[in-house]
Design a binder for this molecule. Structure first.
Ligand code: SF4
Length: 401
């Protein structure tokens, strides 16, 4: 295991940025050590259309800033949360938060609470088992035909339910050094079975367009890699980063680029986010979705239906609805598997097949994803029973008589 979990990251007070940067603009991998100072984000032109101009203001990164913004009451205990887990709220997200609503689903995703100090016995620092499948720094190789390439462990926002919350943030694993990135690219190049490279982290779109273009050019030189996939929240939480330079940087000759947009509530489809999706789509990038089923955010059928329809209306094919992982201090977000299955079954009857995500669980320990939607067909007495979206059961012949 070469990606050590930095236990100090969860037990020591905030320290200067160890690697990477805050909200946007990692411009270079260093030769021998991780980046040590934040780089200001590159200037980006305003997004055009639908009033999608950039949100103004300063990102929130501390309890004091949360208090100043009226998002939390002064509370010394809350500082203990900030000592464990990074805080990050971009101006675009701040615009979406209704601070008058104590149950606001946007605030719930991004504003820290004391509930994060409660860790249950089943929770674990590496809930989906990245470390068990990490042969070298920055690579997770869990399935034969694809790898994760985690070039950076910072994000523009820090989600309170994050499954990698002990790896990301200013105190997290930082950004790969130049040598580490070289080794990661060499690992991919040496294995012809690797068909797809998934850039995740952290959020890879905090890298500058120049860095991303360099990375794409290096992947483009590897013949057996056909697909490059980015996992990101940037189009939603920092849409102004999705300018022409960024879109161009995400594509490379001979490769197909997929981008998985992470969004959990229909309010995240702001005019600026929709303009960013359009830019990506018109730039030839295939858009898919990923969402986390979260108590108090989207655990009702109306919200989930609006979320999935919102994806489709923005040319984003719903892909994964994740059951929340067993990350430390996230028990207040978890729904039961039974509730999740009932919600997904209700979606089937409510909205178009185009809007249906696959409900998945990452099996703790690194055993990969499992589809956990309720089985709609069971074998019984030499026949099958098929369950419809309203729970009605119907016999179906086995077909081999
Ligand atoms: S953007 Fe992704 S990696 Fe970053 S904090 Fe949110 S869930 Fe975690």
């Amino acid at each position: 295991m070469t990606l050590p979990l930095t236990k100090k990251a969860v037990s020591s007070p905030p320290s200067p940025v160890r690697g990477g940067t805050e909200a946007g603009g990692v411009d270079a991998f260093t030769n021998s050590e991780r980046l040590s100072t934040p780089t200001p984000p590159p200037p980006t032109p305003p997004l055009k259309g639908e009033g999608g101009g950039p949100a103004s203001g300063t990102p929130i990164k501390s309890i004091d800033a949360l208090v100043a913004a009226g998002l939390v009451e002064p509370d010394p205990t809350l500082r203990a949360v900030a000592e464990k887990y990074a805080i990050g709220i971009t101006p675009a997200v701040l615009d979406l938060i209704d601070s008058n609503d104590p149950a606001d689903p946007m605030a719930r995703q991004f504003v820290p609470t004391l509930a994060e100090l409660i860790t249950t016995p089943e929770e674990r620092a590496d809930p989906i088992g990245d470390l068990a499948h990490s042969p070298i720094e920055g690579i997770v190789h869990r399935y034969p035909d694809r790898v994760l390439l985690k070039a950076v462990h910072v994000c523009p926002v820090y989600c309170r339910f994050c499954f990698r919350r002990e790896m990301v943030g200013p105190q997290g694993l930082g950004t790969l050094t130049s040598a580490e990135l070289d080794a990661a690219i060499a690992y991919i190049a040496e294995r012809e079975e690797i068909w797809e490279v998934i850039l995740t982290g952290g959020d890879p779109l905090v890298l500058s367009p120049r860095r991303l273009r360099d990375l794409m050019e290096r992947l483009a030189e590897i013949d057996h890699v056909k697909i490059v996939r980015f996992h990101t929240r940037v189009p939603v939480v920092e849409p102004e980063r999705i300018d022409d330079a960024m879109v161009a940087a995400l594509t490379a000759s001979g490769k197909t680029t997929y981008l998985a947009v992470h969004a959990n509530h229909p309010r995240e489809f702001s005019p600026a986010a929709r303009a960013a999706f359009r830019r990506l789509s018109e730039g030839g990038i295939v858009l898919i979705s990923q969402s986390v089923l979260l108590k108090g955010v989207n655990d009702d059928v109306d919200t989930l239906a609006a979320l999935m329809r919102g994806f489709v209306e923005n040319r984003i094919k719903p892909y994964y609805l994740h059951h929340p992982d067993l990350a430390p201090g996230t028990g207040h977000f978890r729904v039961s598997v039974e509730s999740g299955q009932a919600l997904v079954a209700a979606l089937r009857g409510r909205i178009s097949g185009l809007c249906q995500p696959t409900y998945v669980l990452d099996i703790p320990g690194g055993h990969g994803k499992a589809d956990i939607g309720a089985a709609s067909i069971v074998g019984r007495d030499g026949c099958f029973t098929v369950r419809d979206w309203q729970g009605g059961e119907h016999a179906y012949p086995p077909g081999d008589a």
